[in-house]
Structures are given as C-alpha cells and as structure tokens.
Design a protein around this ligand. Structure first.
Ligand code: ZN
Length: 271
C-alpha cells in the first residue's frame, strides 16, 4: 500500500504540479480550481450564514477598506508579471465575524474572515493590512489546495480517492473543512507547513508594501501577538505557525526588500 501511495505521489507531482507565481517553485496540487473553488465558496457561504457577521461598524468598514487595497495590490503585482488572468477565478470577499478567537483565515478563491478577537492585536489599519496580506498570500499561492492534496495522499487515497470524492460530495466537503481547520474541534487538522507560513509572510509583506503600508508593521504585529499570548494558551492563528522570535526576525529582515520590490513594481506600472 505504501509503495502505491508513494508511486501515486510521484506520479501526481510530475503531472499535476503547478508553478507558484511568486516563488517559481513547483508545487503539488491534485485539485484544480474547478474542483476546489465551488467547494470553497459553498463552505464560506455556509460559514457566513451560520455566524454573526458584523456590518456597518468602523472595524468592519476597515476590513473592507484594507481588503480592497490588498487585492488591488495583488492586481498590480500580476499586472507587473503580465499575468493578470491568474486572478480570474478569485472572488474576493472580506467579513468580520463576532468571535473571541484570535484568528483570521482565507479560503481558496479569496474568501476571507477576520474574527473580532484579532482586532485588538491588529490595532491599526497597517496591522490589519499585515494580517490581510498574509491571508491573501495563502490564497494566491494556493496553499489550501496543496494542503488538501497533501492530505489526500497522506490518507492513501491518491488518484483513486480523488475520483471517489467526486461522487461523494460530503466526504469532499469534510476534507475541505479539515484542510482549513474551520470549526474548532476538527480532528486531524492539516496545518500549513512552516514553508507555507514563511512564504505567506514574505508575499504578504510585498502586498502590503504595494498597497502603501509600511511592511515593517508586520513584525510589530507579531510582537503584539507574542505579548498577548501567555505560554498556557497559544492563539489559534499561531498554533501551527513558526516560533514568534524566528518569525519576527524574518519579517524584520525582509521588510526593506518588500519595500524595494513594491517601489520597482509601482515605477514599472507608472511608466
Ligand atoms: Zn498562515
């Protein structure tokens, strides 16, 4: 069985890998947008209708405002790369949801949720932009779809499983929710890898810089996260994330480069 899974893994890697638009790295993805996005949009709508969405407050307006600025930055980035059609399948949405959890997430296709619990730590518009940039980056780099793919192989389903799931929408939905860790007590959540986290941090800073925010604010945000979380209780958003110190120093180190790249992109587009 193990051999088969390994074989399927290699086979899928050769046939289904996509090139990450930001890093140029090849990545594994069994499920294409056609499979993933309808699931994501459905799961998001379910979530939004069964949770308390905050509307028409200063905070919720801020989420909308920053969300639009960050996605416009993504558009500028892909325009610069002469690959604007990359964003065709995305349908951006930003909602603030009443929940004490210190968390925010983005489903494939650009469906974003901020919990009210994270707003005190976000503190400012730039802080929101740092979180928004990070979450949008996960979506742009297709980390969720890759995580679903990795999960499928882990479970030994391989191609057979993918075919099987097409006929079993409920199982597919479970896999989907599991990949996103939506719902607090989902067993066997597949965390984003450290590599994905770093990637989302770097891309996120680029996006916030293009949007006109100071990318150095990302490190400050994570310092506030660190100060907030006593050892006993790690905020949900951090539970699978790299250690605070590593992350903060990486963010600090990469902020100047994010600024320089943003400037280059803006200059090039203004020519
Ligand atoms: Zn993340």
């Amino acid at each position: 069985m193990k051999k088969t899974v390994l074989f399927l893994g290699v086979f899928l890697f050769l046939t289904q890998c996509k090139v990450n638009q930001f890093t140029g790295k090849k990545t594994l993805q069994i499920y294409g947008n056609k499979t993933v996005l309808p699931q994501a949009f459905k799961a998001y709508d379910d979530f939004i209708t069964t949770n308390k969405v905050i509307r028409n407050t200063t905070a919720s307006d801020q989420i909308q405002h920053v969300g639009k600025k960050i996605t416009r930055a993504a558009e500028a980035y892909f325009e610069y790369k002469q690959n604007l059609s990359y964003l065709d399948d995305y349908a951006w949405e930003y909602n603030l949801v009443e929940d004490k959890a210190i968390n925010a997430w983005c489903m494939p296709g650009g469906k974003i949720v901020f919990y009210t619990g994270i707003m005190d730590i976000a503190k400012s518009e730039a802080g929101i932009a740092a979180i928004m940039g990070h979450e949008v980056a996960h979506a742009l780099a297709n980390h969720g779809a890759q995580r679903m793919s990795a999960g499928t192989i882990q479970q030994g389903l391989g191609i057979l499983g993918a075919k099987l799931l097409e006929n079993e929408p409920e199982k597919k939905r479970d896999l989907f929710l599991k990949a996103y860790g939506i719902g607090s007590n989902v067993a066997g959540i597949l965390p984003f890898s450290r590599g994905h986290e770093n990637e989302a941090d770097i891309i996120g800073m680029q996006l916030m810089a293009i949007a006109g925010y100071d990318p150095a604010e990302a490190a400050s945000l994570w310092e506030r996260m660190q100060a907030q979380s006593p050892n006993s209780k790690t905020p949900q958003i951090l539970s699978t994330h790299p250690s605070h110190q590593t992350r903060i120093s990486n963010l600090r180190k990469n902020a100047p480069q994010a600024l320089a790249q943003a400037q280059q992109i803006k200059d090039s587009l203004n020519q």
